[in-house]
Design a protein around this ligand. Structure first.
Ligand SMILES: *Cc1c(COP(=O)(O)O)cnc(C)c1O
Length: 402
């Protein structure tokens, strides 16, 4: 195929940046499980360290990791990508590369817990300031910008409130203020949203979630739109050491092949489950960007190709009944994380977002009764049946006070 960039989304996922192994013709990229690579002579070693292409040392680059980096860079329309040991390793590289002493960042208030905590606790020790704002209203981002703002960091859809941020607007605001925009695209995955095409400078992924999709790897990725930003990120990343391991990269290469198929199915399940929960008498509220009453349903249609596979809801009876519900599911698994083929259910206020203070959680809209369901690829009827029995059991127990 001449240019896989112009192919359809599934073809791009399967073939983007991939080629048969030049040595052996292996169709699946081999795991180059080697920490170092031999040079033919002193001149070749010196040339490679001087910037000529070629393998040197796995922390600086590895052929298996590079195959995955090419794939994600193509899917996200970036100039290149950097594999990371985890989503947080990717985010820390972005912070360390793009912030400096006394610099300021504007960040979505309801980001993934550690994305916020690390700024408040660790980067603050070095004089980095951060304003956490409800970025679903771009005016809040505009108001928070300061002369020393170097980075605007948004997560859209955000975890776990599923608030959306207008990426094009934020890119414009950041650029006018002389800052860069980074977007955590984990919840949408490159199949549903491409922030670099909307003007963002950097995209980060926790590939632990939808991209790998099989609940067996922790991994991250950074993608940049422009070469000079990528090179700045690379310089920090390879020295910081949170780089990706070749075996990890191979597992993600295997998982990502079905990203489109999994996303379509999980999203169809999530949509049906959101409608079901909305109609259920024991459910107080349902939040899903695919519902027309979601506050940013129009923005979802504008900047995403679908609403994704995460649904949040609150049951009547609040926190206590919610706890009974997550203790009563049988098919869904009570666990944090998301984006796997199996359905996971959790309670953010006591689990993923327990590290955020109660006051900050309230301000960010992470209510005590919020239950998050990361919908998987099971048969829809089985998922509905499971929630039906769990809701019934929870309300029966609540009424009996057991
Ligand atoms: C899980 C997650 C992260 C962190 O990724 P790890 O791979 O666990 O380090 C960051 N952002 C979002 C939105 C996530 O869901």
């Amino acid at each position: 195929m001449d240019d896989v960039r112009r192919a359809g989304p599934h073809t791009r996922i399967i073939h983007g940046g991939q080629q048969a192994d030049p040595e052996t013709g292996a169709v699946s990229t081999p795991i180059y499980q080697s920490s170092t690579f031999a040079f033919t002579d002193a001149d070749q070693g010196a040339a490679r360290f001087g910037g000529k292409p070629g393998c040197k040392y796995t922390r600086l680059g590895n052929p298996t990791v590079a195959a995955l980096e090419r794939n994600i860079a193509l899917l996200e329309h970036g100039c290149g990508a950097l594999g990371a040991a985890s989503g947080m390793a990717a985010i820390n590289t972005v912070y360390l590369a793009l912030l400096e002493q006394d610099a300021h960042a504007v960040v979505t208030d309801c980001v993934y817990g550690p994305t916020r905590t690390v700024l408040e606790t660790e980067y603050a020790r070095f004089g980095v300031q951060a304003s956490f704002v409800d970025s679903s209203h771009p005016d809040n981002v505009a108001r928070a910008l300061r002369p020393n703002t170097k980075l605007v960091f948004v997560e859209s859809p955000a975890n776990p409130t599923l608030k959306l941020t207008d990426i094009a607007r934020c890119a414009d605001l950041a650029h006018r203020a002389g800052a860069l925009l980074a977007v955590d695209n984990t919840f949408a995955s490159p199949y549903l949203q491409n922030p670099l095409q909307l003007g963002a400078d950097v995209v980060v992924h926790s590939m632990t979630k939808f991209i790998n999709g099989h609940t067996d790897v922790v991994a991250g990725m950074i993608v940049a739109r422009e070469e000079h930003v990528l090179e700045r990120l690379r310089a920090v990343h390879v020295n910081l050491g949170g780089t990706m391991d070749p075996h990890q990269a191979w597992l993600v290469l295997r998982g990502i092949k079905t990203l489109g198929l999994r996303m379509e199915r999980a999203q169809a399940n999530a949509r049906a489950l959101a409608y079901y929960l909305q109609r259920h008498a024991d459910v107080k509220w349902v939040n899903y960007p695919g519902l027309v009453d979601h506050p940013q349903h129009a923005l979802m249609k504008q900047q995403m190709r679908g609403p994704g596979a995460i649904v949040t809801f609150g049951v009547r009876g609040g926190l206590e009944t919610g706890r009974r519900l997550i203790n009563s599911v049988e098919l869904a698994t009570l666990a944090v994380s998301l984006g796997g083929i199996e359905t996971l259910i959790e309670h953010p206020a006591s689990m993923t977002h327990a590290g955020v203070s109660a006051e900050e959680r309230r301000k960010a809209g992470i209510t005590e009764d919020l239950v998050r369901i990361a919908v998987g690829c099971e048969d829809y009827e089985d998922l509905e049946k499971d929630l039906e029995q769990a809701l019934e059991k929870a309300s029966r127990e609540a009424a009996a006070g057991v």
